[in-house]
Design a protein around this ligand. Structure first.
Ligand code: FE2
Ligand code: FE2
Length: 181
């Protein structure tokens, strides 16, 4: 397996762990009225959003798109599938900022119906998971077929970012989120 493919797979595995934290928080909205139950943690949900907007949106997606550029330049891969994934990247970023706006409003004391928040988070979670699955079933197969030389060329084309959660250097901002992974 090439360094590129290993990286992309690892990013997916890590993102699934973060999305699991989000899913557990979303589930707490169903039981929030019951006495003695844990309440959703907005600060933790904001950390999940920070992570998604900082790492997958800024490094993982560009790396995938650099792979698509390479495949297209070399007349490889399924163009329609790659176009669809690129469009999803834009939609995911728009959804993330919509979620973020809603969370910020809540943090500033605005009255947002909990059902609205619940539904928005739920849709965002599903959209993320569906995207990962679709990539693994389609474009990942073509990226997997690339050789080491192609992998190096593609990795050189993107600006590298350290994953702030899955690293040996502790990141203070994400302390609580890291604890929950
Ligand atoms: Fe993607
Ligand atoms: Fe991906």
């Amino acid at each position: 397996m090439t360094k590129l493919y290993v990286q992309l797979r690892e990013d997916h595995r890590n993102l699934v762990k973060v999305l699991d934290v989000l899913e557990r928080q979303i589930a707490l909205y169903d039981t929030r009225e019951e006495e003695g139950t844990e309440k959703p943690d907005i600060a933790l949900i904001l950390d999940v959003m920070d992570y998604i907007q900082h790492y997958p949106d800024r490094f993982h997606h560009p790396l995938e798109e650099a792979s698509f550029d390479y495949l297209i330049d070399n007349k490889l891969g399924d163009t329609a599938a790659m176009d669809a994934i690129r469009a999803e990247h834009q939609e995911l970023e728009q959804s993330a900022s919509k979620v973020r706006t809603l969370l910020n409003a809540i943090n500033l004391g605005e009255a947002v119906p909990l059902d609205t928040l619940h539904k928005t988070l739920d849709q965002f979670h599903t959209q993320q998971i569906d995207h990962l699955k679709r990539e693994e079933k389609t474009v990942f197969e073509d990226i997997k077929a690339l050789d080491n030389a192609a992998s190096s060329v593609i990795l050189d084309r993107v600006e590298h970012r350290q994953d702030p959660l899955f690293t040996t250097v502790a990141n203070q901002q994400f302390e609580e989120l890291i604890r929950q992974l």
